[in-house]
Ligand binder design. Structure first.
Ligand code: FAD
Ligand code: NAD
Length: 473
């Protein structure tokens, strides 16, 4: 029998955004909560090897690229004698990660959440064991369990990562030098973001993508095409509709074999590093699911119902370990929803308004349905688009690439989707998500004040354009 210290209302397995956010909400609602993390720091993929380090490098490399490509000169700033200090750029990124992971540790303490460092295994409906370093095991008793074990990169059978020439996103965040030629397998989010980092720092970057478009099948195609054009202009090379068939490494260089999907043309690419970015899979290994009869689907994800409850009613699962977009904010909302469901009997996530962002330059951000999805569902819609090139603030900043597109129901005018390619689209999309959460019409957006001159006015103009009333900023 566990002692008082090892008895909880909720034990969370995994301290990524889903787990730590869920644990905080549970503690706020009065549940005695513990969290188990096998990694040496809290924060999961997102803080340690995902969202945060990638964005730190994207921001640093953007500055470098602006200096290198004369973007400051248009502001009347002549820059000479600057050079890349890659170790310092990496150290800045590492410091940001350290500050934020320490911040999560602090939040655990502040909310009186007990942290166990070790591997968590479900041993029964109400028990979890933690294998701590040194082989010692702790048995925890708990009324509820939240699985938040996250995801890992998908491997290609013929391109097993060696950490040096064949790498995953984790190594791409910490390369010791700028590759001469980085070959990226997969033109999805990771390929485009980390490809951008190294392109900006001087690498030749070739993206080989199986699909006929970049940015993933669910992305609004017109917006994805605009991004494709922008990245091509920056020098990123794309081989679309092309499958990689083999990767050979000599230890210092790589040869990638490919075949085009339409005319079956075969060829090879020579590079020094290959980034495999063909998606991620749920990490649900050795969790002890079999001990309680919890099912996984054909992609290894924990099967849950609308309340994120597994077959065992007091065991829940959230984030990358379950179905849905693999995004930190989706994991967070699910963690919160589970905590609220346990404490109050109510919990809800609105999957219709999960924004997605690709932090390239320009950024691509969207929420709701794409034009293709609306057509597929047979929903009559109207579209309004407005370019950043006609916006005063974008001109002042000197960043005029892209547009905002608002899609609204043809009859009711309710906003059904917003797709942005442009500067700080990641921040702008929040307005669209809030509008959609409140069931706003495009007229609601158009009639709401947007300070002048701001990038946000492009959203307003696009909403006006949906009613054929666009003016100009
Ligand atoms: P994770 O963050 O993966 O955390 C799971 C944790 O569980 C891990 O720390 C793991 O060690 C631990 N764990 C697993 N099993 C056990 C066990 N048995 N015992 C103890 N601990 C265990 N998303 C965004 O929204 N925005 C972005 O900008 C973004 N950028 C990304 C960039 C990259 C390079 C990558 C790889 C991902 C990015 N993501 C981004 C995706 C985001 O990181 C994930 O969606 C998010 O981390 C999922 O959160 P989670 O809590 O479900 O899992
Ligand atoms: P992804 O699913 O976004 O893209 C993978 C791409 O690889 C797809 O376009 C696919 O067609 C292509 N592909 C698959 N097999 C291939 C092959 N053999 N040859 C060529 N192309 C192939 O996956 P990802 O980029 O690895 O990212 C994984 C997850 O991490 C995503 O689901 C994403 O949600 C999350 N993530 C999010 C962010 C963000 O929110 N900004 C950033 C990074 C990662």
């Amino acid at each position: 029998m566990a002692d008082q210290d090892n008895q909880f209302d909720l034990v969370v397995i995994g301290a990524g955004p889903g787990g730590y956010t869920g644990a905080i909400r549970a503690a706020q609602l009065g549940l005695k909560t513990a969290i188990i993390e096998k990694g040496s720091t809290l924060g999961g993929t997102c803080l340690n090897v995902g969202c945060i380090p990638s964005k730190a490098l994207l921001d640093s490399s953007e500055h470098y690229s602006m200096a290198a490509h004369g973007d400051f000169e248009m502001h009347g700033l002549k820059i000479s004698g600057f050079e890349l200090d890659l170790p310092k750029m990496m150290a800045r990124k590492d410091k940001i990660v350290k500050d934020l992971t320490n911040g999560v540790q602090f939040l655990m303490k502040k909310n009186k959440i007990t942290v166990f460092n070790g591997w968590g295994t479900i041993t029964g409906k109400n028990s979890v064991s933690v294998a701590v370093q040194g082989g010692e095991k702790k048995e925890l008793q708990t009324k509820n369990i939240m699985i938040a074990s996250g995801s890992t990169p998908i491997d290609l059978p013929f391109a097993k990562p060696d950490g040096k020439t064949i790498i995953t996103s984790t190594e791409a965040l910490a390369l010791p030098k700028v590759p001469k030629h980085l070959i990226v397998i997969g033109g999805g989010v990771i390929g485009l973001e980390l490809g951008s980092v190294w392109l900006r720092l001087g690498a030749k970057v070739t993206v080989v993508e199986f699909a006929p478009m970049i940015a993933g099948a669910g992305t609004d195609q017109q917006t994805a095409k605009l991004l494709h054009r922008s990245l091509s202009k920056q020098g990123m090379e794309f081989m679309l509709n092309t499958g990689v068939t083999g990767v050979k490494s000599t230890g210092s260089s790589v040869t990638v074999s490919y075949e085009t999907r339409e005319d079956k043309k075969q060829g090879t690419l020579e590079g020094d590093v290959v980034l495999v970015a063909v998606g991620r899979k749920a990490f649900t290994d050795k969790l002890g699911l079999e001990n309680v009869g919890i099912d996984k689907d054909d992609r290894g994800r924990v099967v849950v119902d609308a309340h994120l409850r597994t077959k065992v009613p007091n065991i829940f699962a959230v984030g990358d370990a379950v179905v849905g977009p693999m995004l930190a904010h989706k994991a967070e909302e699910e963690g919160v929803s589970v905590a609220e469901f346990i404490a109050t009997g109510h919990g809800h996530v609105n999957y219709e308004t999960v924004p997605g962002v690709i932090y390239t330059w320009p950024e691509l951000a969207s929420v709701g349905m794409s034009e293709e999805q609306l057509k597929e569902k047979g929903i009559a819609y109207k579209a309004g688009a407005f370019p950043f090139a006609a916006n005063a603030r974008a001109k002042a900043i000197g960043m005029t690439d892209g547009q905002v597109k608002v899609l609204a129901d043809a009859q009711t005018d309710r906003v059904l989707g917003v797709h942005i390619l442009g500067p700080r689209a990641s921040d702008m999309i929040a307005e669209a998500a809030v509008a959609m959460e409140f069931g706003a019409s495009s007229e609601d957006i158009a009639r709401s004040f947007h300070a002048h001159p701001t990038l946000a006015e492009v959203m307003r103009e696009a909403a006006l354009a949906a009613d054929k009333r666009a003016r100009q900023s």
